[in-house]
Design a protein around this ligand. Structure first.
Ligand SMILES: [Fe+2]
Length: 190
């Protein structure tokens, strides 16, 4: 395992392959959310690692959307990056582009929150505050049920993720709102 791969290294790699603001902001959002969940679920000692996985999970999406979760394995492996990062990032494409199943709790969290953070972020933008600080589960659920709202955020993936974690949808939404509140300042500053 390459213990020398730091958050700074991950950011450098991310920005080498990603230039669009939307993608960088999504990466930083998922990083912050993953770090929140690491603490919440008893993995504080691996918090940085969870964050790096969040930061890099969509590494290949901007340049290789057709090979999403496939190309990034190649890129990461070429650089000698920890196989745990490769498995974790690629497994969020399970049943979509790859057959790498989320196994570790971290991987299940990533699978569950990836699309959901997009939906909650879009719901927050509809509010006068434009913030997740005062958003409630109820209003997110209402948007969630409207299939035309943030239609690109796959409800199927979110629900499969919740199922993997053994959580109901309300719990997943509630915790993910709290996670986004914890890092909103950071991802909005990207
Ligand atoms: Fe993503």
């Amino acid at each position: 395992m390459n213990h020398d791969f730091t958050r700074e290294d991950a950011w450098k790699l991310l920005t080498e392959y990603n230039k669009e603001h939307f993608h960088l902001q999504h990466a930083v959002t998922v990083e912050g959310v993953m770090k929140y969940y690491a603490d919440l679920l008893g993995y504080s000692d691996e918090k940085e690692f969870w964050g790096i996985v969040g930061l890099l999970h969509d590494l290949d999406f901007e340049q290789y959307p057709e090979q999403h979760c496939i190309k990034e394995q190649e890129i990461l492996r070429e650089r000698g990056i920890d196989e745990r990062i490769i498995h974790a990032t690629a497994s969020h494409g399970y049943l979509l582009t790859v057959n790498i199943k989320p196994e570790h709790e971290m991987e299940k969290v990533l699978y569950a929150v990836d699309e959901l953070t997009g939906l909650i972020g879009a719901a927050a933008l509809m509010r006068p505050s434009k913030s997740v600080q005062d958003i409630e589960v109820k209003s997110v659920k209402k948007k969630y049920k409207n299939k035309n709202f943030a239609a690109g955020c796959s409800r199927e993936v979110i629900e499969r993720g919740a199922q993997m974690l053994g959580w109901d949808l309300n719990k997943l939404i509630e915790l993910t709102i709290l996670a986004m509140r914890s890092c909103e300042d950071i991802y909005l500053s990207v």
